[in-house]
Design a protein around this ligand. Sequence first.
Ligand code: ATP
Length: 391
Amino acid sequence: MNPIPHITLLPGDGIGPEVTAATHSILVDAGLSATFSTHAIGWAEWCAHGEPLPSDTLDAVRTSAATLMGAITSKPEADAARELAPHLRDRGVRYRSPIVRLRRELDLYACLRPARAWPGVPCIHPDTNILTVRESTEGLYCGIELDNLDTERAAMIHYDLATLCERTTGRIALSARITTDHASRRIVRAAFEQARLRALARNAPARVTLLEKPNILRATGSVMLDAARAVAADFPDVALEIENIDAACMHAAMDPTRYAVVVAENLFGDIFSDLAAGLSGGPGLAPSASIGDTHALFEPVHGSAPDIAGRNIANPIAAILSGAMLARHINQPDVAERIERAVARTLADAPPSTLTPDLKGTGSTQSLTDTIRRNLWSNDDKRVGSDTATQ
Ligand code: ATP
């Protein structure tokens, strides 16, 4: 008999604890067979202890079958220094985003962000159903950054940069975009596999659109393009299209049905998936899965939303749908299906008094969660289906 899987919960900051509690309760009520433990992460940990990712949290994530995260607050360098506990200042501790670190430590290289419109939810494009597969370990998020460059340091990096330093007065900073063949190939492969799954589920042709900017970002862009073409050779049944990221954003805003599965490096994937979420119903409905070969972390796409934190008005659905993706990942697809069906039913039928304000309702996080809970075991057998599989 398989051991019962263990799930690490990381509520985090802002609305993170509210949406995580809602998701935990829905997973339990939907019949997920798992044990849970809760661990600290985020801005509050940084302010109090100078470490937003405590080592026992990292250990828990490493040893669990999957992790569910709420949201974390990240702020610019100056705020990090200002809000750090006084006794920790001037000790050389530096804030590093815990989620970026988690992705790197656990090699969670593929971030799957499905964005779909839901019947009953007004949105810009009711035909939107796009899966963004975002590379999560490199690109501009790799943390290779230099501030206050002088000519001497600049000369060590690039001749043109030294010239720029000579000619410019005032502060100059540099953030590097790194693209490796290894990471490009594996993210494209992940996208092709997802495209196959979607095509199978819909009995439709499989296609992947790679979003890049190789005409301007020539070196890094061509690594990604070459990798994509090489991987495509192993998937003769999946069509590969290549488009510039800026043009794709415009095309998606006009006609999102042009896209089914898109794959992109870190920043481009981040931006495009937010656009897709915006087209299809807003931040409260967009889930995500960060997948590696050995670990997986699930979280809503939205951030910690400090403007509405602690007011019981955050929409928990993005987190709950992330929980459904988690259930599917740990091989409990019936639980995932039950949750997705309950969400669909709630969005289609629930009165405004139960919905959160972002859904034009007058209800709360609690009332929306309770409605989803009631719909978990209803007899409506309408299949919602998911197009993402993480195993
Ligand atoms: P962070 O710096 O943590 O990313 P942010 O405010 O920049 O925070 P989000 O947290 O994603 O970014 O919030 C963007 C907007 O979307 C805010 O107005 C927020 O209130 C809203 N929002 C985000 N998540 C939700 C949610 N679950 N329910 C309702 N509104 C949300």
